[in-house]
Design a binder for this molecule. Structure first.
Ligand SMILES: Cc1cc2nc3c(=O)[nH]c(=O)nc-3n(C[C@H](O)[C@H](O)[C@H](O)COP(=O)(O)OP(=O)(O)OC[C@H]3O[C@@H](n4cnc5c(N)ncnc54)[C@H](O)[C@@H]3O)c2cc1C
Length: 451
């Protein structure tokens, strides 16, 4: 039995890890010259100062345990660090001015973001009827139903829309935030559901695992270590061009003219990439995959002198709703969130692009940095030039899971011929732990199709 895995991001590498545990031969084919896909960490340098930045993900939620478990299996728990809370000091842009997201009761009652009516509607959440079925709905419909239109427009929509780089009116709640529907089902609402969960986790707190984790040397440490401990056939610069049936096996053709034969194939690639690869073996599934939307996304990390950053307001993050029609989607002050990755006297910012203005991801460096400098000057009063900067771009690289997505994925999987499996961010969850789970499950499923 030999399995081919197409794609060497966290999903493909996790699938290979699972196969290795089961003693199955595998080949991982990765088009790029490095492992990890969107997990990419880099060091920026100014004189003798070093700054660790992340191109893609920077923190992992431990409510989904798969990343922690994988790190444990790889013997990496000592490299894990706690990036702290993600909720303090977050601002939202509303009508061109900055407002802190009200996370404390005092802030909530004094914030001008919501009218009195909007605040009362939000506080009435526990009294809204609970929905307990399994049908999907949009993130926006869910928030409107539970917390009201104003909460959706003014801060919850921008925050969730920012996290998922998406339009909350289209995004599936069952893919992005199933936990919110679980809280509604179990507790009758978000407030009660959250309290119940806090109580339960308080009881279990003996082995304290932080809510979010990262790795001392960046998240890429995880994929680097994974690739290092994989002992199968691992090939970089191996762009797969096509997959065809040959008898009961699959012939996988690679861009350099070579090919391999495999008994099963795991596609750890995005829906549009997989669609092109399976058109000869599963035409209808390929057609349906091509209908799944993917959006541009990118990040730009910039290092400034601390003295070039206005002293007020002290913000950790800024979310920018699409209705504000800006060229950037969010800003994180990385050096405040993770000071150990920076050097005193400098400030590191990470700017997210591609959601509100997709074209930003396609701009050449010169135009990109000019556009970002203008945005940062207008929004945050930063008029100085950065000391250094770097950009990471993924054109059509961010999957959008629209309402009904999980059912569509189920149907597509039923159209696949034997021993082909789909896994990764386009299918059942976009976060890194979701990708690890899907990679491992795909590997397990090829040997036990009923599971
Ligand atoms: C800016 C950003 C921030 C994020 N932040 C977080 C976060 O904080 N926490 C979190 O949990 N998640 C976050 N995510 C999501 C998470 O990073 C991704 O969903 C996850 O890394 C995707 O992994 P993957 O292996 O499925 O896909 P990818 O990383 O996209 O890997 C797919 C691989 O397949 C290869 N490939 C494609 N076509 C072929 C082919 N024909 N032949 C061979 N190889 C091919 C590609 O080169 C690529 O390496 C973020 C994502 C982005 C972009």
């Amino acid at each position: 039995m030999h399995i081919a895995i197409i794609g060497g991001g966290i999903t493909g590498l996790s699938a290979a890890w699972e196969l290795q545990q089961r003693g199955i031969d595998y080949t991982v084919l990765e088009a790029a010259e490095r492992w990890g896909g969107k997990i990419v960490s880099a060091i920026l340098e100014i004189d003798n100062s070093k700054f660790l930045v992340e191109g893609g993900p920077d923190t992992l939620v431990t409510r989904k345990p798969e990343a922690w478990e994988l790190a444990n299996e790889l013997g990496m728990l000592e490299q894990i660090t706690d990036p702290g809370s993600e909720t303090s000091g977050i601002y939202v842009l509303d009508n061109a001015s900055l407002h802190p997201i009200p996370v404390s009761p005092t802030r909530f009652f004094s914030t001008p973001l919501l009218t009195l009516r909007g605040k009362l509607r939000l506080l009435a959440e526990p009294f809204q009827p609970a929905r307990r079925d399994d049908e999907d709905e949009s993130l926006a419909d869910f928030v409107r139903r539970r917390l009201g239109q104003e909460a959706l427009d003014k801060f919850i929509g921008p925050v969730l829309g920012g996290i998922y780089n998406t339009d909350p009116e289209k995004q599936s709640i069952l893919v992005s935030s199933p936990v919110m529907r679980e809280m509604e089902r179990e507790g009758g609402g978000l407030f009660v559901g959250a309290l119940q969960r806090a109580f339960r986790s308080g009881k279990k707190k003996k082995n304290k695992i932080p809510r979010f984790i990262t790795f001392k040397n960046g998240l890429q440490a995880l994929t680097d270590e994974l690739a290092r401990q994989l002992k199968g056939d691992l090939r970089l610069n191996a762009q797969v061009d096509s997959v065809r049936l040959e008898g009961v096996q699959y012939r996988i053709s690679i861009g350099d003219g070579s090919s391999i034969l495999a008994d099963g194939v795991i596609f750890a690639t995005l829906a549009n990439q997989t669609s092109a690869l399976i058109k000869d073996v599963a035409a209808e599934a390929s057609h349906r995959l091509s209908a799944m939307r993917q959006q541009n996304i990118g990040t730009v990390s910039l290092v400034y002198r601390e003295s070039d950053i206005p002293e007020k307001p002290v913000i950790n993050g800024l979310m920018i709703p699409r209705r504000e029609k800006r060229l950037i989607d969010a800003v994180t002050f990385t050096s405040r969130k993770m000071p150990e990755r920076s050097t005193e006297g400098y400030a590191v910012l990470r700017v997210f692009i591609g959601g509100g203005a997709a074209q930003m991801v396609e701009l050449p460096d010169r135009h990109l940095i000019e556009a970002i400098k203008k945005e940062l000057a207008e929004l945050l009063g930063i008029t100085a030039a950065p000391q250094t900067w770097t950009a990471f771009r993924w054109e059509c690289g961010f999957p959008q899971a629209e309402v009904g997505h999980l059912k569509r994925v189920d149907e597509i999987e039923k159209l696949l011929p034997p021993n082909l499996a789909l896994a990764g961010s386009s299918y059942r969850g976009i976060a890194v732990p979701d990708c690890i789970r899907q990679g491992r499950e795909a590997a397990a499923k090829l040997f036990n199709p009923q599971s």
